[in-house]
Ligand binder design. Structure first.
Ligand code: ZN
Length: 160
């Protein structure tokens, strides 16, 4: 088991986008309200992708996984649009990006501080319950910076 620590500097706009949001219980309305709240126009594609992303509780998805879901749901959208939308959602704080390795970015619908297990070979990202178990002492940031967030990904493999 190896451990990767990623420090995100400088601060991202990670302020919880769900602050003060009124949930109506209807995912479609919720997505529209969510997009309006963060100043994104609720286009058909954003609505459809937002509905796929946020309609099922906390999830970890790559662009490819969302693309597959969209295809299954017959949402006509390109992989490039999915990438753009995921990055837009991340910029406004609706999603949190978790870099697992150079080639794979996961997007987390839970934007609160928490850490992850990554199961190698199975491409599964899991939340580590309890947010402060991993980090003993955070390092002093360089002059002029503050720690915005500490992301820990603990990589797992099956016992031989
Ligand atoms: Zn997570």
């Amino acid at each position: 088991m190896s451990q990767t620590r990623t420090m995100t500097l400088p601060p991202t706009k990670a302020a919880s986008a769900s602050d003060g949001m009124q949930l109506t219980g209807c995912p479609w309305h919720d997505v529209k309200a969510m997009l309006r709240q963060v100043g994104l126009r609720p286009t058909r594609q954003r609505m459809a992708l937002g509905w796929l992303l946020f309609g099922k509780g906390d999830r970890h998805l790559t662009a490819e996984m969302l693309y597959e879901e969209a295809s299954r749901a017959r949402v006509p959208v390109s992989l490039a649009t999915i990438y753009n939308t995921l990055h837009q959602f991340t910029e406004v704080g609706l999603l949190r990006q978790v870099a697992v390795d150079g080639s794979k970015a996961y997007f987390d619908t839970n934007v609160t501080a928490h850490h992850h297990f990554f199961i190698e070979g199975e491409d599964v990202l899991l939340d580590i319950p309890g947010s402060d178990v991993i980090v003993g002492k955070t390092p002093d940031p360089p002059e002029g910076y503050e720690i915005a967030q500490v992301d820990v990904v603990v990589r797992l493999r099956r016992k031989a």
